[in-house]
Design a protein around this ligand. Sequence first.
Ligand code: HPA
Length: 236
Amino acid sequence: MGGTGIEHFELTDQRVISVETPYGTVEPMIGKLAKHDLVFMSRHGRDHATPPHLVNYRGNIWALRELGVRKIVATAAVGSLSPNHHLGELVLLDQFLDFTKSRPLTFYEGGQQGVLHVDMTEPYCSSVRQVIIEAAKHLGLVVKNGACYVCTEGPRFETPAEIRMFQLLGADLVGMTSVPEAVLARELGMCYASIGMVTNEAAGIADHPLNHAEVMQNLKELEMNVAQLIQTTFEL
Ligand code: HPA
């Protein structure tokens, strides 16, 4: 699942397909990587036009399940709230705080769909994370394992007061997409891990206002490492 900055991924025999879901049509790419059949989904759509609060999270995750996906490696652009995490780092998420406000949260809306209270003791898949860490060692890349992600609604960046509150609550990284994506994957029984790509210091920590261009520029520099990391993860 490619986030901002990871809109394309090279696969063998790749082609774009249309998948009908109860939440609309989504158009992932399918192909092969090493010995695996792989689906590449651009979270924000193929033309990257959809902002975080309007992403079709349910359609995307439903389509992956429909295609037989069992394990998801996602990427997420993040700002750092913590002195332990610096610009240009790759960090595997291990907990989240949910500060979203207006998104569908679940596939289980009651009635015919029933009700499900899914367990979130370990929100991100530790076995997939372990393979990513092995891939990183293989490549000589530093990838930290474990950080608490706070998910904001966006699309605006946070205020410095919000960032101070999130620090008090124990958040390390801030982004706008991991919730409900990680939750929906869990609801459909898929093992979901996410690689945080630190693109900026969070608002009020940086000595200048945040801007999307800075985030995109820093993502560009991380792009190749992440592509290699994902490739090696699937080759191991
Ligand atoms: N805040 C929210 N989302 C983000 C940030 C940020 O600072 N950087 C990248 N995605």
